[in-house]
Write a protein that binds this ligand. Sequence first.
Ligand code: NAP
Length: 494
Amino acid sequence: MDNLATTTPASAVGSRIETLDTRLLIGGHRRGGSTGRTIAVENPATGVPLCEVADATADDAMAALDAAAAAQDTWAATPPRVRGEILRRAFELVTARAEELATIITLEMGKSLEESRGEVAYGADYLRWFSEEAVRIFGEWKVNAAGDARVLTMRQPVGPCLLITPWNAPLAMPARKIGPAIAAGCTMILKPAAQTPLTALFLAEVLAEAGLPENVLSILPTSDADALTSPLLADPRIRKVSFTGSTGVGRMLVEKSAANVLRTSMELGGNAAFIVCADADVDAAVDGAMVAKMRNNGEACIAANRFLVHADIAEEFSAKLAARMSALPMGNGLAAGVKVGPLIDAAQRDKVAGLVADATGQGARVVLGGTAPDGAGYFFPPTVITDVPASARLNTEEIFGPVAPIRVFTDDAEAIRLANDTEFGLATYLYTRDIGRAVTLSEQLQTGMVGLNRGLVSDPAAPFGGVKQSGLGREGGSTGIDEYLETKYVALAV
Ligand code: NAP
């Protein structure tokens, strides 16, 4: 590995973290947590702490909920144009400060600066998308079937929301929830991941500057997610929880949400198959595979987790993918030219190493990479593995790292059977030049999203979400705002 940590422009980087307000945001005010405790935020490239942020407690959560509940009616009555223009200004401010934000993302999450810049553009686009959606919340008027009444519907905000986000996209995941909540007129409490709270705290500064009223948004990093969120979920003033994270935690949040029958949006784990049919353009498939596998270092819910390649082209595909992945420089994500940063922490690196060891122990062949380097930081190199047996854990567990396991198939039915053989159903990638096969297989895949001859499905204009145990609801697209709206119907006598 190139250990490029020493080339980091430390002064330029440190200054933005030093000026960031790392206190909680509760009802428009910055303050420390009720116990005065703090959480250390670490740089995964070095293992060295970057700074401390305030650690929120259940008392802080209740103060935030008081603020959110008090502001709900006024915020809901704020003209949609005003809400939309706050989001538009936030989009412009995030775009103007892209470099600062990207640097903070790389520092706390590890991915390369190039990846972080991509996330800033992607996250900002959700703010822009929902600035446009805020003024397009429609009801309807129609004659009932009997003709003796009129059916009127209106859309109203669901009310105060609890938003819980993971560490792998510290800007885009909050933006994908805050954007529609603001557009719909909901107040909210955001609990960012404990490992990556800095980006969310920066976003709070931006939203305040964009004109978001006090009390609409509170931000509560915490070292005890359960203690913070349980009383919120038990309080009838919270009307919705939107969660992005692992299926295990999502399942538990759905159970807790049952007590007050909360609206839930669940963006959970994935196990994406990447299918390359015999008729595919192999070079295009390799291009797509590089995006689907290596975006975010593979730490993405939609990352290609299982490559299923037709036996006729498997050797060519594996060799070309390994050649492309071997050319990616690994190191501190802030250093020029680096494409592969560290994983989030030692546990994640060890998990990835364990999955690789499990497969090789059962006869899989490592074509590239496969071993974590010694030294500081939580690095794992780009890895390609072939001859992966059906019993390998790589087939069933989310890797969340830069490892591409390849299996072969011989006909479409086998490809579909293997692709659907998972409890998850978030994204699937499909490469074929046969339009009939593309349609038939897309219809047969048990998945929320299909990347058809494309390694990227994320798009603010598209409904992002999964089926089976990958989740409930959709974020983005023209349905994304629905998650934050109730439909009220008025029966009108005539
Ligand atoms: P995670 O452990 O489930 O954590 C996600 C969030 O939930 C964090 O803010 C975490 O807080 C919080 N949390 C953990 N335990 C909780 C509890 N008992 N009560 C309330 N909140 C709790 O997931 P992760 O490891 O951060 O993220 C990786 C997972 O997210 C993967 O499975 C990935 O597929 C999924 N993901 C899905 C999507 C999607 O759109 N479908 C997008 C991105 C990621 P702490 O940080 O304090 O633990």
